[in-house]
Write a protein that binds this ligand. Structure first.
Ligand SMILES: [Zn+2]
Length: 357
């Protein structure tokens, strides 16, 4: 605006100067033609000037217009530039702001995140601490319970120990008492045992003395009760052989007789059973047969008994004890053996035994 005013001012004052100059020139000549011409010239001049002026004004206006246009354009451009710049600035500012905002947001988010993480961590920490505290509490409770248990167990153990000690003492006292009784019993028993031993020894010695005294007399014959001096048999093997032969012969004879008597007894039995009962009763023959049968049976048995004695004598020959009086061990005289080869007792012992009865 100030530029436009500056341009207009000098143009106005210019034409006013020229007009005054021409007026001065016309006045000096003072002719009409000249005046008309001058007038016409002035008018032409005026017209030209007006035209000039108009043109100039037009030019000026156009220039002004152009300038204005240029100015407007420049202004517009400047404004546009300004606007663009401003917009750019705004955009940049916006961008910066957005960036800043984003950064701030990011920062805030990060901070939020950090805070949240912190919070979580703290919560975790707190939870862990809580857990630890709880665990500690539990452990302490367990510890206390265990200690209580141990104390109780200790108490029980002590009570048991005391009871056991009491029992042990009682047992010991009882054992001592029993041991005392046992010892006394043992001593008594031992005393009795020694006494019995002494007595037995005394008896044994007495017996031994009596036996020695009797031995001086000889061996006691069980059969007669007398003491006899043992004497070995002096029979030769030849004599013994002869006596053996005799024994065998006698055995055969006795067995034959025993069988005969037995057969006769059986025959008599058959005769009695097969005979007339009525006749037997009347004549008394039944009794006779019975008596005879009994006699036969007795003879058969006695023969058998001697056979047994002969078997024993044969056994003694085998053993090497033949010809000796069995109870006392005294030799039986040959004469007696020749009469009764199965004899196992001497005449002396036998007669003494007979007298004892
Ligand atoms: Zn004898």
């Amino acid at each position: 605006m100030p530029t436009m005013m500056g341009v207009g001012m000098p143009k106005k004052s210019g034409p006013r100067k020229a007009n005054s100059k021409t007026k001065k020139a016309g006045a000096k000549s003072s002719t009409l033609a000249k005046k008309v011409a001058a007038k016409k010239l002035a008018e032409a001049k005026k017209k030209a000037e007006a035209q000039k002026k108009t043109l100039a004004a037009k030019k000026v206006a156009e220039a002004k217009k152009v300038a204005a246009k240029k100015l407007a354009e420049a202004k517009k451009k400047a404004e546009a530039q300004k606007k663009t710049l401003a917009a750019k600035k705004v955009a940049e500012a916006k961008k910066v702001a957005a960036k800043k905002l984003a950064e701030a947001q990011k920062k805030a988010l990060a901070a939020k995140k950090v805070a949240a993480a912190k919070k979580v961590a703290e919560a975790k920490k707190a939870a862990a601490a809580k857990k630890v505290a709880a665990a500690k509490k539990v452990a302490e409770a367990k510890k206390a319970a265990a200690a209580k248990k141990v104390a109780a167990a200790k108490k029980v153990a002590e009570a048991k120990k005391a009871a056991a000690a009491k029992k042990a003492a009682e047992r010991k006292a009882e054992a001592d008492r029993k041991a005392e009784i046992k010892r006394a019993l043992f001593e008594e028993k031992e005393r009795l045992r020694l006494e019995a031993l002494a007595q037995a020894e005394e008896e044994r010695r007495a017996k031994e003395e009596a036996a020695a005294a009797l031995a001086a007399l000889g061996t006691r014959c069980e059969l007669s009760g007398f003491y006899v001096k043992p004497s070995p048999s002096e029979l030769t093997s030849a004599t013994i052989g002869q006596l053996r032969e005799k024994l065998v012969k006698e055995k055969e004879e006795l067995e034959r007789k025993a069988n005969e008597f037995l057969a006769e007894a059986e025959a008599l039995a058959r005769e009695r059973e097969g005979g007339d009962t009525q006749f037997d009763e009347e004549s008394g023959d039944g009794d006779t047969i019975n008596t005879e049968r009994e006699r036969d049976l007795l003879l058969s048995a006695s023969a058998r008994a001697v056979v047994e004695q002969i078997d024993e004598a044969l056994e003694r020959i085998k053993n090497g004890t033949y010809g000796v009086c069995t109870p006392a061990g005294r030799a039986i005289p040959l004469e007696r053996l020749e009469a009764i080869p199965w004899a196992d007792v001497c005449v002396d012992c036998k007669s003494r035994a007979d007298r004892r009865r």
